[in-house]
Ligand binder design. Structure first.
Ligand code: NI
Length: 227
């Protein structure tokens, strides 16, 4: 399931973020790719230890941890600190699957990537190409969102970034370990939670059937969640 989360950052916040990123030092993205992905990846990336990357990444996570739609969709247990990349001059990232296990910088515990996230920091009009193409059960979906919007997709999916033939595509990207590893179980919980929230607005939070459904949600979560 692909889930778009609009306006994670305001346009002013995107502009401030872009000013810091424009002044930062971009490195060859192949340095951080796995052995198989290396030949596929022609982009630029900020070093994990770059102070701008660390500060901007923290800003993004401060916004996401309490975000209701993000929590509902990802049920996050651990988030890899955001990284930043830049595609220009034909830069692309060929089809690949993200690594399953990763060690966050300075982290003690290995993170299992259940969901991948891309936060767009360039407006779609600023560049040609640069679609994030994600393969799923219903075919390939091409994603190109407004600056400040985020897409969540299963880390297990084959995905690629098509060549950027004009302008530059700047984005933050990161991975999430979910309390519910199974994509199917997580999707059911998300659908149930969204339905409960919709009904709450219509019927009021004290409706007895709604209380029952909320109980079902939490009891399924209790059954499927790992802490
Ligand atoms: Ni990837």
């Amino acid at each position: 399931m692909l889930i778009a989360i609009d306006k994670v950052l305001t346009k002013d916040e995107v502009a401030a973020c872009r000013r810091r990123l424009d002044a930062a030092q971009w490195l060859d993205g192949a340095l951080t790719a796995g052995t198989l992905a290396r030949s596929q990846k022609t982009n630029q990336q900020l070093d994990d230890a770059d102070p701008a990357a660390i500060a901007l990444g923290e800003d993004i996570l401060r916004r996401l941890w309490p975000h209701p739609l993000f929590i509902s969709a990802a049920l996050p247990a651990q988030i890899f600190p955001p990284r930043f990349n830049r595609y220009a001059g034909g830069g692309a990232y060929g089809a690949h699957v993200d690594s399953a296990l990763m060690r966050p910088p300075g982290g003690e515990r290995t993170l299992r990537s259940d969901l991948s996230a891309t936060l767009f920091l360039s407006e779609p009009e600023e560049y040609d190409g640069g679609e994030l193409e994600i393969e799923g059960a219903f075919g390939v979906q091409a994603v190109k969102l407004e600056a400040g919007d985020l897409i969540l997709y299963p880390s297990s999916s084959l995905h690629r970034v098509t060549p950027v033939t004009r302008g530059a595509r700047i984005a933050a990207f990161f991975w999430i370990e979910s309390h519910v590893a199974d994509e199917g179980e997580r999707t059911l919980l998300f659908d149930l939670d969204q339905a409960i929230q919709g009904l709450t607005l219509k019927a009021g939070p004290d409706h007895p059937q709604l209380l029952k459904l909320t109980g079902v949600y939490h009891n399924l979560l209790r059954r499927w969640a790992r802490t």
